[in-house]
Write a protein that binds this ligand. Structure first.
Ligand code: UT7
Length: 329
């Protein structure tokens, strides 16, 4: 058996663009209401990237904060894992731009596309590579500029999503001193391409005048299917960790900020009170791959990551994809 190096999180960071898009602003764009959005999603406002900000710009701010928190210089980073479905462009990887802008001159990097599960999957790639000794310091970023892929004529999607970035630095536990990575899971199920997707722009439906006219480069979502799927896998992932470690061990659940109602339904299904879960969806909206690391940094600042207790991070999204990271803080 190969010996494994225990892995922890040395630093956390997050960045939200300055522009707030409120429910009242959306009332002027689509047939919706502040009351409907609050009741069905728990969202009051979301952030929108400035015209001169691209996905790697948001990631850069979050990465700098994570490095500062880790007391680490960019030169010490060995690998950048950039989770996103709204990268600067299809290729090259946004990780290359981020590494360059950050001054991570010794790092390689790549993008990881797993939609809302992206950060949770990326964290497991990082933890595995640090554990087997291939890399010492791995920066994992989740960043999205979803606002450029939303159809502001489609009230079923544009009210839910926002822009933002979060980051975490994974290192050997003796250096990190906290946030021990205990386990992770990665699950996907194909054949659900139409449930939540950007239909055009890839090899399946290359860009044409027709795809643009038909607004097929914007996100499409079967909201109810995603809703049912998310409640089910959220509850299964969290219940599984409780069965393995015991409820008393669990300090806080920091889930993908999918929709307040989904989180409440899943928590009710496993019979846990809402004070066991950290949410920020009211202010941030659903930021896909950025959602878990943004929430982790905010939970950390709020003193919700309790020393010695478990932090459960379940995530789920397009693919379908789902998985969870379990940390001991
Ligand atoms: O990270 C994964 C990302 N995906 C998600 O988080 C989505 C998960 N799904 C959801 O959050 C919910 O399905 C939605 C919030 C998208 C929709 O809520 P719902 O309770 O499932 O509503 P629905 O789709 O069943 O629609 C109910 C009604 C419909 O009107 P009719 O046909 O009953 O007249 C919709 O057209 O609500 C209407 N509706 C809206 N009304 C006002 C849908 N969106 C809106 C809106 N404002 N923004």
């Amino acid at each position: 058996m190969v010996s494994q190096i225990p892995v922890g999180i040395a630093g956390l960071g997050r960045y939200l663009p300055g522009k707030r898009l409120t429910n009242h602003d959306l009332e002027k764009l689509v047939d919706t209401s502040d009351e409907w959005i609050r009741q069905r999603t728990g969202i009051c406002e979301r952030r929108i990237a400035a015209p001169d900000e691209i996905t790697s710009t948001l990631a850069l701010h979050a990465a700098r904060q994570a490095l500062e928190d880790a007391r680490m210089s960019p030169e010490e980073i060995d690998l950048v894992v950039f989770a996103t479905v709204t990268g600067d462009q299809a290729f090259p990887a946004s990780a290359c731009r981020l590494g360059h802008d950050l001054g991570a001159v010794n790092a390689g990097g790549f993008d990881l596309g797993a939609a809302c599960s992206g950060f949770v999957f990326g964290a497991q790639v990082a933890a595995g590579m640090v554990a087997n000794g291939q890399f010492r310091n791995v920066l994992v970023v989740g960043a999205e500029v979803l606002s450029r892929f939303l159809d502001y004529r489609d009230r079923g999607t544009c009210v839910i999503f926002g822009d933002g970035a979060g980051a975490a630095v994974f290192t050997p536990l003796d250096r990190a001193g906290r946030g021990q990575f205990l386990e992770g899971s990665i699950r996907t199920e194909g054949g659900a391409e139409d449930v939540l997707c950007q239909p055009a722009g890839g090899s399946r439906l290359p860009p044409t005048v027709e795809t643009v006219t038909n607004r097929l480069h914007y996100m499409k979502m079967g909201g109810t299917k995603v809703y049912k799927f998310a409640v089910r896998v959220f509850a299964e992932l969290v219940q599984g960790a409780i069965d393995r470690y015991g409820l008393d061990e669990v300090g806080v659940i920091v889930p993908h900020q999918v929709n307040q109602r989904i989180i409440e339904s899943a928590m009710a299904q496993i019979d846990l009170p809402m004070d066991r879960v950290f949410t920020n969806i009211d202010r941030v909206g659903n930021t896909s791959a950025a959602s878990v690391p943004i929430a982790l940094r905010e939970a950390y600042e709020a003193g919700r990551l309790v020393e010695g207790k478990l932090v459960l991070c379940p995530a789920f999204g397009a693919g379908m994809s789902w998985g969870q990271v379990v940390l001991r803080w």
